[in-house]
Ligand binder design. Structure first.
Ligand code: HXC
Length: 523
């Protein structure tokens, strides 16, 4: 039996009672509408809220709101709540605000009053400093209402921006999300999508066919898979709605309620923190890949790593974890994908994550093994300069505690970008295997000893000799350590202990940016 089928069977039993309540809030046809929603392999708006929030914690607001427009037959059909369930409740005892669109009412389309209900919870969330979670399942602007529904979207977009950096905003796409409607989730901090039942696009398959003559399905164009691997629009793709809701809960556990608070801490009793396993991850051959996730898991509290954006720009790994019970954000180059090189997508992915952590007081750990930026016309013509600068800017601007561990390569501009001391990192460690240089030894020797090699009796032997000389001088962490750019060269198995102490020491860090309206990050 498939997981999806199993879930829907469990749910159909579990929600009988809940659905009866749902029917009461609809004026007629409730049961049929619920059946239709289940037939689409989707839960109802209320079922989703029920699964998301702690038992009996939901307080609904605006249950009796109905639409105002009377055009195009809207004077004949009314539904209490007008296609969106809004209110507040708790997740693991912590306050959250939520809206959940009801596709069974005019396709979950957004009317003037539907928008007003969402705006109300957004304002409450901002004023009371708690996360906002939007469960999206909507055909977009209510076509019968015209400009007032467009205005309603703009009212929401504006509040998304005002709330950005004040409270965490999370969007789950659990059905259609098309046209301008995609811009509200796009301005929130994290987007979740459900495989096969949700999609997001600015223009749908029909318009695409007319304009570009491409034949593409809604799923191919804007499904969870497309957005979690190709565009990077979504940060998490779930196999079904239950998994999606569980992922949202897990993500929230790493976050504070708002920008004035710290993330919750779990109790932790220090014990023997040496992690022998870390000593054997780096291969002897410096060009051989390894999985940075193994390093992460070797360092952080057991099973605490929660990766975001897992299948997009895989040459950089980002995610949340805990170290001695404390929430941290991790950015790591990934030698197992494109040798861990920085390119456009990985720079943007890293930058966005760094800025989220900085907004919400989550300390940053950077694990560095980067051979440089990816060369090529594709990268240059698509603005690796501007996009790479985003990561540099994001790190430079971040005032949260910032610690770097160089595990192997730290070459060229990428050394500067990856949270170097020079751009404000608090503590920089290197493993003995670190190579900190302008470039790899072979490339360097070929450039600076070009004439000497060409004039040598045996150019190949000369090249090897020069590579060896450059390696001895630069392919190690000690030159940087002599300068103080590296605070300490540490053995891999000591890393966890060092980091526990480092983050504890940095707990009360105060760093202020120069007075300004706002910076001008290269967009
Ligand atoms: C009013 C809508 C609606 C809408 C769907 N419905 N979208 N009613 N306004 N935008 C209604 C349908 O008429 C139908 O009503 C019911 O919802 C279910 O829709 P179906 O089409 O039967 O469902 P399905 O086959 O699953 O298709 C879902 C859909 C499709 C892909 C979302 O309905 C669709 O393409 N809708 C239009 C999408 C759209 O173009 N929206 C405007 C985008 S522009 P009955 O009574 O038959 O059950 C936009 C601008 C935002 O949103 C501006 C921000 C700047």
């Amino acid at each position: 039996m498939t997981k999806r089928k199993l879930d829907s069977e469990i749910l159909s039993k579990k929600f009988d009672e809940l659905n009866r309540k749902n029917q009461e809030s609809l004026l007629g046809g409730g049961e049929k509408r619920i059946e239709q929603q289940h037939a689409r392999n989707k839960l109802t708006a209320r079922e989703r809220i029920h699964l998301l929030l702690d038992e009996d914690s939901f307080e609904e607001l605006g249950k009796f709101v109905m639409h105002r427009s009377k055009d195009f037959g809207l004077d004949k059909e009314y539904y209490l709540g007008d296609g969106v369930v809004t209110g507040y409740g708790t997740i693991n005892g912590r306050l959250v605000y939520v809206f959940s669109q009801d596709f069974t009412v005019f396709g979950g389309s957004l009317s003037e009053t539907h928008a007003e209900k969402i705006v109300k919870v957004m304002e409450l969330a901002m004023q009371n400093g708690a996360p906002l979670i939007g469960l999206n399942d909507s055909g977009g602007a209510r076509i019968q209402e015209g400009v007032v529904s467009l205005g309603g979207y703009a009212d929401i977009f504006y509040r998304n921006v005002m709330a950005s950096g004040v409270i965490p905003q999370i969007s789950a796409i659990m059905g259609p999300c098309a046209g301008g409607a995609v811009y509200s989730p796009a301005m929130t901090d994290f987007i979740f999508m459900v495989e096969n039942t949700s999609f997001m696009f600015v223009t749908g398959p029909n318009v695409v066919k007319t304009v570009t003559h491409e034949n593409v399905t809604a799923e191919e164009l804007g499904g969870a898979s497309a957005h979690s691997t190709k565009s990077g629009v979504t940060h998490f793709a779930a196999a079904n709605e239950m998994e999606c809701i569980n992922q949202i809960k897990q993500l929230l556990s790493y976050m504070p309620q708002n920008c004035e608070e710290e993330a919750p801490r779990l109790d932790y009793t220090p014990s023997d923190e040496a992690r022998e396993k870390l000593n054997s991850i780096i291969p002897d051959n410096p060009n051989q890949p390894y999985d940075m996730r193994e390093v992460i898991e070797g360092i952080v509290d057991t099973d605490s790593f929660f990766e975001a954006h897992k299948n997009f720009a895989e040459n950089i790994v980002v995610g949340f974890a805990r170290i001695a019970g404390r929430s941290i954000g991790i950015v790591g180059n990934q030698p197992a994908s494109l040798a861990g090189v920085l390119d456009i997508d990985s720079s943007v992915k890293g930058a966005r994550f760094v800025r989220f952590c900085d907004c919400f007081n989550i300390p940053l750990l950077v694990l560095e093994d980067v051979p440089g930026f990816l060369p090529g016309t594709d990268q240059e013509w698509n603005a690796i300069i501007t996009n790479g600068a985003k990561l540099l800017y994001a790190f430079s601007e971040a005032t949260v505690p910032r610690v770097t561990v160089i595990t192997r390569k730290a070459y060229g501009g990428a050394y500067d970008v990856m949270n170097s001391k020079h751009i404000g990192a608090d503590l920089n460690y290197a493993w003995p295997t670190a190579e900190i240089a302008v470039m790899g030894a072979k490339g360097a020797a070929e450039i600076i000893f070009k004439r000497e090699i060409a004039e040598a009796e045996n150019p190949e032997a000369k090249l090897n000799e020069k590579v060896e000389e450059y390696t001895r001088k630069f392919a190690n962490p000690y030159r940087a350590a002599h300068r103080g750019y590296i605070d300490e060269v540490i053995y891999p198995d000591q890393t966890r202990e060092k980091l526990i102490r480092a983050f504890k020491m940095l707990e009360n860090k105060v760093a202020k940016l120069p007075k300004k309206k706002h910076g001008n990050i290269p967009l």
